[in-house]
Write a protein that binds this ligand. Structure first.
Ligand code: APR
Length: 320
């Protein structure tokens, strides 16, 4: 069987790391696309030269021409401008909206059968714009945020309890930003929910609240440290998990920015919810029961996503 083809639109920090991880996991051949001449070509050659050392077979190509993504099975979009210190995700809106229009047109023309994962921020609005601009079926276009946000939460919880990250699960719903909704009832250590762990004295409500706040600020914490650019290792690994679930039809249940069609009471909007990712793309959305406080937080988060989408629709009315 021929290898799968993975097209990466944007060959920056996340794009390069995606290519490395796709190679190490032998997910398929990789095409790196970027506006900046030489960068995708240089990274592709560097990765090809790494392949004999790491011991995997994959072809790497770098390009500035959309036709090179032709027939891609998966397209991951990271093209855009990253956040700078002090800049909110929302400030990025207008600039990155234009980039989504270009990427969407390229995907529509050359890779209309692909499963598309958007990473560019502000995520929930950009994935909406990318689906509109590409015209691909809604279940074939998703956004990466929840896997990253819950990975951060999993790491903080594992650190708090001094247990393996492998035994910690976490669930973060809603938009990717300050209004995300970490659901502690659905976060567990080996199946034991965090509220039970508080009850048996493993931690306290105050410490969990601090962890929730740190998770909400997870992106900003790294931006402050790096000074230029934003997180890239964990975001890339998170998008690769989604690509792998699609390519291998693993049907993993992952929190992703998925298109709602009435689930949770909303429609025509991308919001972070648990979804089954398999060979058909988003195969099912899991509708969790939310208590009153969780529901209120979720609605507030959806309202902030709706605000961003409305702002996009104002800038680019043709998309709607
Ligand atoms: N078409 C193709 N590539 C583009 C375009 C475009 N219209 N505009 C920008 N790019 C490229 C840049 O040349 C750069 O190489 O996108 C790449 C972005 O890479 P980085 O600046 O290194 O950003 P990165 O850390 O990879 O983050 C990518 O994900 O976290 C989000 O919103 C954040 O925009 C950021 C994105």
């Amino acid at each position: 069987m021929a290898r799968s083809k993975i097209a990466l639109i944007g060959a920056g920090q996340i794009g390069g790391t995606l290519a490395l991880l796709a190679g190490l996991k032998e997910l398929g051949d990789v095409v790196l696309f970027d506006l900046v001449e030489g960068v995708p070509q240089g990274k592709a050659l560097d990765l090809a030269e790494l392949s004999p050392v790491a011991g995997f077979d994959a072809a790497f190509a770098g390009t500035g021409a959309y036709e090179q993504i032709a027939g891609a099975d998966v397209v991951i979009v990271t093209a855009g401008v990253p956040r700078k210190p002090g800049m909110s995700r929302d400030d990025l809106l207008a600039v990155n909206l234009k980039v989504m229009e270009q990427a969407g047109a390229g995907i529509a023309k050359y890779a209309p059968d692909a499963f598309v994962i958007c990473v560019t921020n502000p995520l929930d609005a950009m994935v909406w714009a990318l689906q509109k601009a590409s015209g691909l079926p809604r279940h074939k276009v998703v956004g990466m945020a929840g896997v990253l946000d819950s990975a951060r939460l999993r790491y903080f919880l594992a650190d708090e309890f001094n247990v393996s990250v492998e035994d910690v699960t976490a669930m973060v719903l809603g938009g990717h930003g300050d209004t995300m909704v970490p659901l502690m009832r659905y976060c567990t250590v080996a199946g034991i929910p965090v509220p039970d762990l508080i009850r048996i004295g493993w931690t306290s409500t105050d410490r969990i609240e601090a962890i929730v706040t740190r998770t909400r600020n997870g992106g900003a914490e790294i931006v402050e440290l790096l000074k230029s650019g934003s997180a890239f290792y964990a975001p890339a690994a998170s998008a690769i998990v989604m690509a792998e679930s699609y390519l291998k039809d693993k049907k993993r249940v992952l929190p992703v920015a998925a298109p709602l069609s009435g689930e949770y009471g909303f429609r025509d909007l991308y919001v972070g919810v648990p979804a089954v990712i398999g060979a058909r793309g988003v195969e099912r959305i899991v509708e969790l029961e939310l208590d009153r406080a969780e529901r209120a937080q979720f609605e507030q988060s959806v309202a902030s996503v709706q605000g961003l989408v409305d702002a996009c629709a104002k800038i680019a009315p043709d998309l709607v």
